[in-house]
Design a protein around this ligand. Sequence first.
Ligand code: AMP
Length: 289
Amino acid sequence: MLRIALPNKGRLSDDARELFGDAGLEVRSTGTRALTASLGGEFEALFVRAQDIPEFVADGAADAGVTGWDLVCESGRALDTLVDLEFGRCRLVVAAREESGVDKLADIAPGARVATVYPRLTARYFADRGSAIEVVPVSGAVEIAPHIGIADVIVDLTSTGSTLKVNGLREIETVLESTARLFVARDAVASASAARRRSMDELTAALTSVLRARGKRYLMANVPRTALDEVTRVLPGLNGPTVIDVLNGGVHVAVHAVVSASTIYRTIAELKALGAVGILVTRIERLMP
Ligand code: AMP
C-alpha cells in the first residue's frame, strides 16, 4: 500500500483532507492525534509537519507527499510534481519597510540583511541577480525583523497581502509562486514496480478528476428547437451539448452540457434570452473527459 505524507495541521491539512475525501479517499484515522490513517482503504496517510514532507518523500519514508511548492523548492531535494492541487496559493516575495525608500531590487544595497524562513531560496534568488546580500535565517514572525533592526528587507510568504500591509511593509518583487502539489522523488517513478506505478497513476487520475470538476457545472435546460444553433454556440460543452427530445409536441428540446462555473451567470442569461426554460445547474463530483 502506498504511503502518502500529508500536512498534520493548518489550512494545507484541511484542504488536503477535503480534496482526498472528494476523490473517495477520506481520512479514516483511529484517533485525533494519530500519525497514520487509511485513505479510503486504498492508501496510507502519514501526518507530519508540512516543512518535513519534502525530506520524507526524498528519503523514501513516504512514496508521495502533499505540501506547498515553496517548501519543496526550499528543501532543494530532487522531487517532481505529479499534480498541482490548486489550493494553498501564495507568493514568496521580497518586501521592505514602506519608508525605506526601497522600491525595486536595485535599491537594496550590497551587504543588506535579508530575514527569511526560506534561506536557500533567498540566497539563490539574490545570487542569480548578482546581488550580494546577507541572509538572516529566522523561524517565524519575519514581518517584524525590519522594525527591530535585525534586517533591512525580508523574503516572506503572502497571499492577500494584508499581513505585509499591517506591518508597514511593501512588496518589491516575487521570488516564487506557490500552490500545494502532490509530488514524488525524482528517481522513484522509474524504479517503482508496475503495481506501484499503477497505484500512483490511479491516485493522480482521481485527484485530477476532482480538481477538473470543481471549475465546472452540469447545466440542463429546455430550449426552443428553432434556437438550437444559437444554443450550441452558447453551450459548446465538452463535445457539444447533448440534445434530447421532449415529449411536448416537439416545440422544445432538452440540452445538457458541462459549462465553466466562472461564467455560468452569463451562460444562463444568454440561454434565457434564447427562450430557455427549466434551467437546472448542478455541481459535478468528478470529470474524466
Ligand atoms: P496574508 O494573506 O498575505 O496576510 O498572509 C497571512 C499569513 O499567512 C502570512 O504571514 C503568510 O506568511 C502566511 N501564508 C499565506 N499563504 C500561505 C500558504 N499558502 N502557506 C503557508 N503560509 C501562508
